[in-house]
Write a new protein. Structure first.
Ligand code: SF4
Ligand code: SF4
Lengths: 461, 538
């Protein structure tokens, strides 16, 4: 047994997290910053954090994840990181020449209390920021929230630093804040909007940054990413659609306050109903017709669900991951007649519990849901030991439970270190819903084929 | 690709430095050396990373928890700090382990953390740490608990050592702490040292039980990535060599407690564990020997050295028998891969030992290392331990504790007399010595410490090596530039590469990489021949 010390006896824990279902803020800020074209994410702290974050992103994407660090030593930790950051800024612009540096903090610089805007000003007055080059920042103390908080903070900073309502008149475009999803998802959201005939600014946008084509030539700053010019126009957009309350809500609200751009905060368009709401919102706010082709995509997903319902019906599922994903995913599973009985996220948030309650509240099954302190994969495993599930949906770390308990695992969320596909094939939109359902069905049917008696081994399923 | 490069190494060095601001160029210049064996060239190492430069390095915590302490399966590690550090070091290092039975403890699949919140940053985290230790004890009932401090812990002033002592008394188990905050030192290296110190103080020597065996050894600095230690253990067993403990791979607490009963310490990764070898020699009288089980010839050499050290004809005989059993398969593979790999070039930038060890394997397959360097080594790993007295201790290293070790009044027992050591040395046995990487590298190869991303790209562009060895952060950047990259931290989830069997694995792995068809498909047909010659008339 890989997790041989996990017993079914749930003990009260108030201080020790075991096998976390979250990680720290800066990695989210780094991922978001990679979604700006020509941007170098910069980690202000000691170099270990940056090395860890880059490694985790690289393992997940199988792509270079470039970022720099202030490389604090003990001296910097005592006297503050100003000298290191100013030197770093100079070195980054000289050596790597990005258009923009996006600084985030770490536990260390936060505990010291480094004032980033003041240091940026200092770099500016010292002439370390070349003409036309830009610097933005956000605070990402890891002892607050989780990796998704860091993502949300960096996205919000894009608004605070760049959004302008310059021209006075509204542009015929909509802002889409896609939330912490994969490059493939961002690509799919753009495609779907394009199909609807909607002009969008999507930010951040990691497609073309973390799913770069092999050409034999390495580029520091690949083609993808939202441009600063585009970000500047977000203040003149007709509306903002924020996908995912936790990751995208704060930026959308900030944009409303700053530039008077009305916003709709929706769930991530994972599954049929959430995608419906996304499409319908676009229709309503822009007064457009939904093209036949989109309705057809919906019809295909619907068809697939109806054709295969017998295999998903009443299957008990344990899921863990990030709040925005979990809310939409749980809703989709309920629609498939599945039973998401255990739901865990390390990210704290009362609203999350309310949202989940709304999604599964009317269902016949009883669910255990936990968020924040004490909500870890160890606890979830203990629940599973008490009453088994048919399916696990979550990140790679679930493979240990999967093997020990002999329960199939569908990899979904962050991080996925041991399979490919998530970066290339979307799980959002109707087509993404079909892929998600296909993944679920494949493992369930494989399981049935493996476990059934020979006489009931089916050719046609 | 052969090295038919027009640029001289000195010119290449200039190229690498060109873009840097003057101050950075001056600093980096000292870390780039055109090698000349025998000329005792000095390299700058173990100095601060340049801020903003995209280094390969990690931090002190990674070196302590991730490298040295992590691989021992039954010492429970608790990360004291916010959640990230504990999360990232959770199972990402591939240290394989094999508990004796299904019920023996193995905590390596668990990541535990105090997940510090803002209130602890403000009011201190000692209370939460104590409670976390209690909860960990209740959940796991371990014999030993290791507490690892992350960046904020040192700043807010939590006394982790006091907490460890107190909880140790309360729970009656061995609990010790590491002040391995990420900002200590300049790289993982500081963490190795801190880990060595605490393991030596709190674990080594706790149990005097001596196994009845003739040739008792410890293996130091072998972390069992991809099962390397399993291969080496098997060789020892077949030779009749008794392995008391490995620091730290497939290792357990009990072995560490008894490690002082061994009669010889073998050192694999000099950088991460040489402190332990030195301290055990001073306190218990156990000599150490630098060995390398990477490479078939190197493995044979290491085994023979052990036999020579124990001055035993029967052991020597067994060793020769094992070598004779293993070598034919190696030779066959070697000849086979040479037909496809001979003359090809490699670069290695990784770790604190591997960049040296793996050159051996490339040599065995007829490949040439044209440039290499470490991520977090010191000058002695490049130039040899003879330079140790001349290394100046700077502000960043001064704060890493040097334990004052004395001979144990009761248990110090020199395993060899001064005369014996002298005689062995006269026979060519380098007891307590390490000559470093540079003497083993070709003249005019480039030796570069703490290589950064920019320099890496330039090297790739100028030399176009056939294979480049590094870690996960570099892997895909290298490959995007059209050069296959072999990870030497994680082995790209393959291995083992140690010993004879490992050598064969490595030969074929590199053969696969440097001769793969896929690299010739980078250009689409229409990119190779854009001109349309004959077409349909439409
Ligand atoms: S928790 Fe803090 S110190 Fe640890 S990796 Fe994250 S930012 Fe760095
Ligand atoms: S072999 Fe290299 S990577 Fe491994 S511990 Fe030693 S120095 Fe680190």
């Amino acid at each position: 047994m890989l997790l041989r010390h996990t017993s079914s006896e749930v003990q009260q824990r108030g201080a020790l997290t075991i096998n976390p279902a979250k990680t720290c803020q800066p990695i989210g800020a780094m991922y978001a910053a990679l979604g700006i074209h020509g941007c170098m994410p910069h980690s202000h702290g000691s170099q270990g954090c940056c090395a860890y974050h880059r490694s985790a992103l690289t393992r997940h994407y199988k792509e270079p994840a470039m970022a720099t660090t202030s490389s604090f030593t003990e001296g910097a930790s005592v006297f503050g990181g100003q000298a290191n950051l100013v030197a770093a800024i100079n070195n980054i612009f000289t050596i790597y020449n990005p258009d923009i540096i996006a600084v985030h903090t770490t536990c260390l610089s936060e505990t010291i209390g480094d004032d980033i805007p003041q240091i940026i000003q200092r770099a500016e007055s010292d002439g370390k920021i070349p003409e036309g080059k830009l610097l933005i920042h956000c605070n990402t103390p890891s002892y607050v929230g989780s990796h998704v908080t860091g993502f949300a903070n960096m996205v919000k900073s894009m608004v605070t630093y760049f959004s302008e309502s310059g021209s006075g008149k509204k542009l015929n475009q909509v802002n889409i804040i896609p939330g912490w999803v994969e490059p493939a998802d961002m690509r799919e959201i753009k495609r779907l909007c394009g199909e609807m005939g909607v002009k969008t600014v999507i930010f951040p946008d990691t497609s073309g940054v973390l799913d770069v084509a092999m050409t034999g030539k390495a580029e520091h700053f690949p083609k993808g990413g939202v441009t600063v010019e585009a970000l500047k126009t977000t203040g003149d957009s007709k509306a903002t659609i924020a996908l995912g309350e936790v990751t995208s809500g704060p930026a959308a609200k900030a944009l409303d306050v700053k530039c008077n751009v009305p916003c709709e905060i929706l769930d991530l368009p994972i599954g049929l109903a959430a995608t419906d709401r996304f499409i319908d919102t676009l229709r309503k706010i822009l007064h457009i017709e939904v093209p036949e082709t989109v309705t057809e995509q919906r019809g295909r997903l619907l068809d697939m669900i109806m054709d295969t319902q017998q295999y998903t019906y009443k299957k008990r599922v344990a899921l863990w991951g990030d709040p925005d994903q979990l809310v939409a995913l749980a809703e989709f599973l309920v629609l498939l007649d599945m039973e998401p009985v255990y739901i865990v996220t390390g990210t704290p948030g009362k609203n999350f519990l309310k949202r989940i309650e709304k999604v599964i509240g009317n269902c016949a099954f009883k669910a255990e849901v936990k968020a924040g302190a004490g909500a870890d994969m160890y606890l979830m495993h203990q629940w599973i030991k008490n009453e088994k599930v048919d399916l696990l949906i979550g990140n790679t770390y679930g493979k240990y439970i999967s093997r020990d308990e002999d329960i199939p695992l569908v990899r979904f969320g962050f991080p996925i270190f041991d399979r490919v596909g998530h970066q290339y094939f979307p799980t959002v939109g109707y087509r993404g819903g079909m892929r998600l359902l296909e993944m679920i069905l494949n493992v369930l049917l494989d399981r049935q084929d493996r476990d059934c008696p020979e006489e009931s081994f089916e050719l046609v399923m | 690709m052969t090295v038919e490069n027009e640029l001289s190494p000195t010119k290449v060095k200039e190229e690498l430095l060109k873009v840097f601001p003057a101050k950075v160029a001056r600093k980096r210049s000292k870390a780039i050396v055109v090698n000349e064996p025998g000329a005792s060239r000095q390299i700058q190492a173990n100095t601060r990373t340049v801020p903003g430069i995209i280094s390969m390095r990690g931090c002190c915590y990674a070196g302590c928890k991730g490298v040295v302490i992590g691989p021992t399966r039954d010492v429970l590690s608790i990360t004291h700090g916010p959640i990230g550090c504990g999360f990232y070091s959770w199972l990402t290092r591939r240290n394989q382990t094999r508990p004796a039975s299904d019920t023996d403890p193995n905590y390596m699949t668990y990541s535990t953390s105090t997940d510090m919140q803002e209130s602890e940053i403000i009011f201190g985290g000692e209370k939460k740490l104590k409670q976390a230790i209690e909860e960990a004890y209740e959940a796991f009932k371990p014999e030993a608990i290791a507490i690892h401090s992350t960046c904020p812990v040192g700043l807010i002033g939590d006394d982790v050592h006091q907490v460890a002592r107190e909880m140790s008394r309360q729970l009656g188990i061995n609990i010790f702490a590491f002040s391995c905050e990420g900002y200590k030192g300049v790289s993982q290296s500081a963490g190795h040292h801190i880990a060595n110190n605490q393991v030596f103080k709190h674990i080594v020597g706790r149990d005097d039980t001596t196994v009845d065996a003739k040739f008792r050894i410890n293996l130091l600095g072998e972390y069992n990535i991809g099962g390397d230690a399993f291969v080496i253990e098997d060789l020892f067993e077949r030779c009749g060599i008794e392995l008391i403990c490995t620091f730290c791979g497939n290792s357990d607490y009990e072995g560490m407690c008894r490690s002082h009963t061994a009669d010889l310490n073998l050192v694999m990764c000099h950088r991460s564990i040489n402190y332990m070898a030195d301290m055990m020699e001073t306190k218990y009288g156990i000599p150490w020997l630098k060995v390398n089980f990477i490479g078939a010839e190197a493995t044979a050499k290491a085994l023979r050295k052990i036999a020579q050290y124990f001055e035993s004809a029967s052991l020597a005989e067994k060793v020769e028998k094992v070598i004779a059993e293993e070598m034919p398969a190696v030779k066959t593979a070697q000849q086979d891969v040479k037909t496809r790999c001979e003359g090809k070039t490699a670069m290695l930038f990784v770790g604190g030992s591997r960049a040296h060890h793996y050159q051996e394997l490339f040599r065995e397959m007829g490949m040439k290392t044209i440039s290499a360097g470490y991520e977090f080594a010191h000058r002695d790993d490049y130039e040899g331990r003879d330079v140790l007295p001349s290394i100046k201790v700077d502000a960043d290293s001064r704060n890493i504790e040097e334990l004052k070790i004395e001979a144990d009044p009761k248990r110090y027992r020199p395993r060899k007399t001064k005369e014996q050591i002298k005689a062995l040395k006269a026979e060519g046995m380098a007891i307590g010595e390490y000559k470093g990487m540079m003497p083993d590298m070709d003249k005019n190869s480039l030796v570069i410490d703490d290589l950064n991303h920019y320099e890496m790209e330039k090297l790739l562009e100028i030399y176009k090596p056939d294979v480049y060895c590094a870690g996960i952060k570099e892997k895909y950047a290298v490959q995007k530039a059209g050069v296959p990259c072999k990870q030497l931290h994680s082995y790209d989830y393959g291995g083992p590469y140690a010993g004879f069997k490992g050598a064969v694995n490595f030969f074929y792995e590199i053969d696969r990489m440097v001769n793969s068809r896929i690299w010739s498909y980078v250009q689409a047909p229409w990119q190779q021949r854009p001109q349309l010659e004959v077409g349909y008339v439409l």
